[in-house]
Each structure stands twice: as C-alpha cells, then as structure tokens.
Design a protein around this ligand. Structure first.
Ligand code: KDG
Ligand code: MG
Length: 402
C-alpha cells in the first residue's frame, strides 16, 4: 500500500490547526495533527518542503521504518518543529493501518486496558467564589478530576483563568499580549484557593493545579510542601523543565505528586526525570513528542519506574491529537489521566469525530482508525489567522516564564 498524496491543511475554526492528510493507492486516508501553538507555519513548511516529497511512493505500512527514516535521516534531531512534523506522519500512518485492519486504533495498540479514559476539566475564576462555582459545575457534570486555577489579587491576569469559567484559550489573535506576574503574590494566595475548594467539596474528587513553569525550585518546594494537606492529584510544571535537577530539589521536600512534560518533544527530555523518579506523571503528547510510536516508548520507559501518563490535551492540540490520545490512553498499561478541554463547536464541526465524553471519561468510537475526519470544504472557510501565547513579565518589567 503506497502513499500517493501528502497534503497539509491549515485552518482556523476558532483557533489555528495544522493537519497532515496522507492518501494511499488503495484509497485509504489518514490524518495527523501537526499543530505547534504560535509556531504553526514552521511545522507546515517543514512538512511541505522537507517531508511530504519523501513520503510519496513509500509503503504506508512501514510505520517504524518511516519514523526512523525521518528522525535519523534528517541528521538534525529532536526539537518541537521536527518532532511535531514526524508526529503528524506517524499518527496518519497509524490511522491508515488501523483502517486497513478494519479496527479502531486502540485494538492495534494492544486492546483495552480499561473501559474509559479518565479526564480532568479546567475550573477557573476571578476569585474563590467563582472558582468554587466552576468546580461545582464540573462535579455536577460527572467529572472525577478538576484542575483549579484562580486570578491572583493585585495581578491583571493569571495563567489558566479564562473569560469563560469553562473555556480557556490562552492564545490571542495578532501579536502577543503581555501579562504581569508576581511569584510572591501567587505563593501567598494559591494555598488559600485550593484549601477553600477542599473545604467546600471535600476529598472525593481529584484536584490538580498547574504552576505553568513560574517558580524557582526552592519556591516550588515550599509550595508543594504547603499543599500536601489538600492532597493534590498532581502539581504541574512547578519549575521550568530545562533544569531537570530542579525537580530533585522539589522532590526532596515534598510528597505532593509532580507532573511535567507538556513542552517535551522526545524520550531524551524525560529520561532523567523518569529514571531518577523525580516525577509521578509525564505529560508528553502525541503531537509534540513524535507521534504514537515515540509516545509508546516513553510510556514503556515510564512504566518501569512507576511513572504514569497524563497527556497534555489543551485546545491547541486538535481533535485528531485528542482522538489519538484516547486510543493510546485506553490501551497503555500505565495510564494516569488525560487532560480534556473541549474544543469549540466550530472546531468539532470541522473535525467530526466519534470519541465522546460520559461520566468523567472519554471513550473512543468503534470506527476503524482514529475515528476523526476533516471537512476540508468547511476548513477552507476559516484560513490561518496569526495568534500567539502571551508574554509574561514580573512587576518590575523583567521577562518571566509564561
Ligand atoms: O500551547 C500552550 C498551552 O497548551 C498550555 O499553556 C496549556 O499548560 C497548559 C495545560 O496544562 O493545558
Ligand atoms: Mg500545563
């Protein structure tokens, strides 16, 4: 079964997405997400200029060989652009293989390890009462796990707080906006928020929180220690991950479970954290970590060290990526949780899919392949529209981690 066409489709149904579509001589097609938030066109060019021409005439069944060919054959390895491009090819090939086997993808990945994929929703608000309302709404919809973020008094904006308590889209149209940050104010206030949520709703649900890379290791250690009494499911990205030793310092001080890895793009980024057991959950995603083939390697390494998967699943990862994550999550042994920020209605119309949410879980459909399509005519009506994540500055104007 030979690949006869490789096409990159860029569209913006409420937000930007890049998707690779492969077609074979047997008429089967496969989709792969290639979206890299705020740097989408770099991956598009990488695919169009340097990868698509190499795919024509290749055997669509040779997934592992194609992965190695694109990774080793480029000489220049790793990095988010390269690994998102390889991921798009890999995901599309798995979609095609599963369609040709007439099976939903999870069957090819070993079948179900569980009935559904537990997800967490995003509750946020401008103050504690608003946050509590948002948490209550998620629990009312059957969510078993909720991420809790709150605006910080005295700061104009905060990571994770949307205009709508249930929908958070960090990228803004046009050039990047700037937001202000104070670790001191955040550290003083956030334990109160998480404590208030536990006081109101108790301990019968999983509570998560995302620091979004903002703290130094010693600040993060201090926070994680203080938060032990609220029993988080995980504290995410307490420190930036470039300095992996930073996690050792956090770990020495606390038993709060730690998650990281949404910006990782290869197993080499995860290796030290996993092997030294410095984290509990790895957040690598299908799209930014080289596709299903590479994510399975990460999961297998993680399994040896009791680290579970908790894949990134914000709205900048397209429905194609979310579907792949669900097939992966339902089959992989060391699954932990899947992030779930539902896409907008328009995005879902452009990417019709068979996965569904019920009772705090996502379930894959039973259609062959990933179970996601792309309505190209509709997509054409929403052309690319530049958008960027905000830039964060400390109160004195110094650029900080966003
Ligand atoms: O593109 C960046 C977003 O996906 C990221 O900021 C969202 O931190 C995030 C999360 O945990 O979903
Ligand atoms: Mg995050």
């Amino acid at each position: 079964m030979k690949i006869v066409d490789a096409k990159v489709i860029v569209c913006s149904p409420d937000r930007n997405f890049a998707t690779l579509k492969l077609t074979t001589d047997s008429g089967l097609t496969g989709l792969g997400d290639a979206t890299l938030n705020g740097r989408e066109l770099a991956v598009v060019a990488y695919l169009q200029e340097h990868v698509c021409p190499l795919l024509i005439g290749r055997d669509a069944h040779r997934i592992e060989d194609t992965w190695q060919y694109l990774y080793k054959g480029a000489y220049w390895r790793r990095g988010p652009v390269t690994m998102s491009a390889i991921a798009a090819v890999d995901t599309a090939l798995w979609d095609i293989k599963a369609k040709s086997a007439d099976m939903p993808l999870y069957q090819l990945l070993g079948g179900r390890s569980r009935e559904g994929v537990m997800v967490y929703g995003h509750a946020s608000g401008n103050d504690i009462p608003q946050v509590s309302d948002a948490v209550g709404a998620y629990l009312g919809e059957g969510y078993l796990a909720v991420r809790v973020q709150c605006a910080i008094p005295g700061l104009g904006s905060a990571y994770g707080v949307g205009k709508d308590a249930k929908f958070y889209e960090p990228a803004g149209r046009g050039l990047p906006l700037e937001s202000e940050w104070s670790s001191e104010r955040y550290l003083r206030f956030i334990p109160e928020v998480l404590g208030a949520v536990r006081s109101k709703f108790g301990f019968d649900f999983h509570m998560l929180h995302d620091v979004h890379h903002r703290l130094t290791p010693i600040e993060a250690a201090h926070l994680a220690k203080r938060l032990e009494e609220v029993e988080l499911f995980w504290l995410e990205d307490p420190v930036v991950a470039e300095l992996q030793e930073g996690f050792r310092l956090v770990r020495q001080h606390t038993t709060t479970p730690i998650a990281t890895g949404e910006v990782f793009n290869s197993i080499w980024d995860c290796q030290q954290l996993i092997q030294e057991q410095l984290i509990d959950f790895i957040r690598a995603s299908v799209v930014h970590t080289g596709g299903i083939t590479h994510l399975r390697r990460i999961a297998q390494l993680a399994e040896l060290y009791h680290v579970r998967m908790g894949c990134h699943g914000a709205t900048d990862l397209s429905p194609v990526c979310l579907a792949a994550a669900i097939h992966f999550g339902i089959s992989v042994h060391n699954f932990g949780i899947q992030e779930y920020m539902p896409h907008s209605e328009l995005t879902d119309e452009v990417f019709p899919h068979t996965y569904r949410f019920a009772g705090g879980h996502l379930y894959p459909g039973e259609d062959p392949g990933l179970g996601v399509d792309l309505d190209e005519d509709l997509a054409d009506r929403y052309p690319y529209d530049p958008a960027y994540l905000p830039i964060s500055r400390k109160l004195d104007g110094t650029v900080h981690n966003w």
